[in-house]
Design a protein around this ligand. Structure first.
Ligand SMILES: *[C@@H]1O[C@H](CO)[C@@H](O)[C@H](O)[C@H]1NC(C)=O
Length: 507
C-alpha cells in the first residue's frame, strides 16, 4: 500500500494539465463571465429595451417595467442555474462526465448566438430566454467540472486541481469586467458582441476536449469498461502500470455500494442529520442573500449611486474583480490552515461591518467630498470578507458534515438553496435599491448578522474531525442517539479520498 501511494504521488502530466485547463476555461470561465457580463453594458441594453418597446407600441417604456424586465434578464441566469443543477445527476450517468461537459456547450453556443442577434431581431425577449439557457450551462458546469477533474486527478493532486475551476470562475468575472470597459465592448455598439463572446470558450472546449480521456472512474464503474479505463489512466498518468489505481477504484466502489446512497427525501427525514442539514441551508442562504452577486450583477449602478465619477466606475469595477481573483487564491491557503468556523465568523462579520459602513457613506456622500472613496473601500473590504469565508466554506463543510452516502443529497439541497437565493437577490436588488436607496445594504448587513449568530451558536469546527466526531457534536441538538455501530469508524479514509474533489467551490 505504501509503495502504491508513493507511486501514485508523482507528476502532473501534460494530458492532465491540458484537460484541466480546457474544461475549466470552457466551462467554469464561462460561468463567471456570464455572472458579470450584464453589469457594464446595462445602460445600453436598457436603452435597447426602451427603444424596442417604443418602436413596437409607440410609447416609451415606463421606469417600473424597465426595472422589472432588467432584473428578470439578470436573474434568469441563476434560475437557469437551478434547473441546470437538477439535470446533473441524470446527465453525468448517461453521457459521462466529459460527455456532459461537451453536451453542455449546446446550452452556451445557442444562447450566445441568440444574444448576438438580439439587437438585429429587435427583441429583448430573446435575451431573457438566452440568459435562462446560459444559466442551465452554469448550473451544470458548477457541478460537473469539479466532478470530472476530481476523477481525473491522482489523490495527491486533487486538492490543487480542485481549486482550478473556482479560480477560473473569478477570472471569468474579471474578464467580463475588463471587456465591459467603455473603450472595449461596454458601449452601445459592443454589447451584443460582449454577450455573444461566451460562445468562444464553449466552441474551443467542443473542439479540444474530445481529444482527452473520459473519467476513468466513470468508464470503469458505470460503463464496466476496464480496458478503456486503463487506457485513460495510462494517458493521464503517463505510465503503463495502473493496476494499483484500478484496484483502488474497485474497492472504493464496493465500499460505496455497501454504504448505499441516501435520497434527498430520506436525508430530510433523518433525525440524526437534521441540524447539519439546517446549517448547510442557512450557510448557503447567508452566502447568497448577503448580496455578493448583487455586487457583480449591479456593481456599476452601486458605484454610480455612491457618487463615484462615471468614468472611473469601470476601472473600480475591474479592481473589485482583481481583488476577488487574488483573494480566491489566498483563501485556498487560509482555508486549509485555519479553522472553518473562525473564517465563517470573521467573513460574515467583515461583510456585515462593510455593509453598515457603506450605508453610512452613501448617506453622507452629498456633504463630504471623499465619501465615494469610503464606499469603494467598503465594497472591496466586503469582497475580501466574502472570499475568505462565506464563499468557499459552505461547500467544504458540506463535505465534512456528511458521510459519503448522504453527501450527494446534501450537495443537492445546498446547491438548490444556493441558486434560488442567488435568483432572489438578482431579481429583488434593483427594486430594493430604488425603494430603499442607501438603506438597501442594511438588509444585507442584517442577513450577515443573523447568519453569524446562527453559526456562532450552532455550527461546530469541522476541520480534521471525523464524521463521527461531527455527529457527536450535533447529537444533543438533534436529540438523536448516536449508535456507534452505525458509523464506520474508518470513514476518515473514505472521506479523505473524496476531499478536494468537492472541496472548493465558491458562489
Ligand atoms: C425611454 O426612452 C424615452 C425617449 O428616448 C425616454 O423619454 C424615457 O425616459 C425612457 N424610459 C426609461 C424608463 O428610461
Amino acid at each position: 500500500k505504501e509503495k502504491n501511494d508513493t507511486e501514485i504521488k508523482i507528476q502532473l502530466t501534460a494530458v492532465l494539465a491540458l484537460a484541466t485547463l480546457i474544461s475549466a476555461f470552457g466551462s467554469s470561465f464561462q460561468y463567471g463571465y456570464n455572472v458579470a457580463v450584464v453589469n457594464s453594458p446595462a445602460p445600453f441594453m436598457q436603452q435597447f429595451y426602451n427603444k424596442t418597446y417604443t418602436d413596437r407600441y409607440n410609447e416609451p417604456m415606463g421606469q417600473n417595467l424597465l426595472t422589472l424586465l432588467w432584473s428578470v434578464s439578470v436573474s434568469m441566469y441563476p434560475l437557469g442555474g437551478f434547473f441546470g443543477s437538477l439535470m446533473v445527476a441524470p446527465l453525468v450517468n448517461k453521457l459521462g462526465r466529459k460527455g456532459t461537459l461537451l453536451f453542455n456547450n449546446v446550452f452556451s453556443i445557442v444562447p450566445a448566438i441568440m444574444m448576438g442577434v438580439s439587437e438585429i431581431s429587435k427583441s429583448y425577449e430573446i435575451i431573457i430566454v438566452a440568459r435562462f439557457i446560459v444559466g442551465i450551462c452554469a448550473g451544470l458546469s458548477s457541478n460537473v467540472v469539479p466532478m470530472y477533474l476530481g476523477e481525473l486527478a491522482p489523490k495527491n493532486l486533487r486538492g490543487a486541481i480542485g481549486i482550478v475551476p473556482q479560480l477560473f470562475i473569478t477570472v471569468g468575472i474579471l474578464a467580463a469586467q475588463v471587456m465591459g470597459i467603455r473603450n472595449i465592448l461596454g458601449n452601445s455598439t459592443g454589447w451584443t458582441i460582449m454577450l455573444g463572446l461566451t460562445g468562444i470558450p464553449a466552441a474551443m472546449e467542443l473542439i479540444l476536449l474530445p481529444f482527452f480521456p473520459e473519467s476513468p472512474r466513470y468508464t470503469l464503474i458505470q460503463k464496466g469498461d476496464e480496458k478503456g479505463s486503463r487506457k485513460a489512466l495510462q494517458r493521464l498518468r503517463g505510465w503503463e502500470d495502473v493496476d494499483a489505481e484500478v484496484e483502488e477504484m474497485h474497492l472504493e466502489d464496493q465500499s460505496e455500494q455497501a454504504e448505499g446512497r441516501l435520497s434527498v427525501f430520506s436525508l430530510l427525514s433523518q433525525r440524526s442529520l437534521r441540524w447539519q442539514l439546517v446549517s448547510i441551508i442557512i450557510m448557503n442562504m447567508g452566502q447568497q442573500l448577503s448580496g455578493v452577486n448583487a455586487i457583480y450583477y449591479y456593481a456599476d449602478s452601486i458605484y454610480g449611486s455612491a457618487g463615484v465619477n462615471q468614468n472611473d466606475v469601470q476601472y473600480v469595477t475591474v479592481g473589485t474583480g482583481a481583488v476577488n481573483v487574488f483573494m480566491t487564491i489566498a483563501a485556498v491557503f487560509i482555508v486549509e490552515s485555519s479553522g472553518r468556523r473562525l473564517l465563517l465568523l470573521l467573513g460574515f462579520g467583515i461583510c456585515c461591518g462593510a455593509c453598515v459602513l457603506l450605508t453610512v457613506a452613501l448617506n453622507f456622500q452629498e456633504n463630504v467630498s471623499w465619501m465615494p472613496y469610503v464606499s469603494i473601500a467598503c465594497v472591496i473590504i466586503y469582497v475580501i470578507g466574502h472570499a475568505i469565508g462565506p464563499s468557499p466554506i459552505p461547500n467544504v463543510m458540506t463535505t465534512e458534515m456528511f458521510r459519503q452516502s448522504a453527501r450527494p443529497a446534501a450537495f443537492m439541497v445546498g446547491g438548490s438553496v444556493h441558486w434560488i437565493s442567488n435568483f432572489t437577490v438578482g431579481l429583488v436588488f434593483p427594486f430594493m435599491e430604488s425603494g430603499l436607496g442607501p438603506y438597501s445594504f442594511i438588509i444585507f448587513s442584517a442577513i450577515c448578522l443573523v447568519t453569524l449568530i446562527y453559526i456562532w451558536m450552532v455550527v461546530p469546527e469541522t476541520k480534521s474531525k471525523t464524521f463521527l466526531e461531527v455527529s457527536l457534536m450535533f447529537a444533543k441538538r438533534n436529540k438523536a442517539e448516536i449508535k456507534v455501530g452505525d458509523m464506520d469508524l474508518s470513514l476518515k479514509d473514505s472521506k479523505e479520498s473524496l476531499e478536494g474533489s468537492e472541496k472548493l467551490s465558491t458562489f
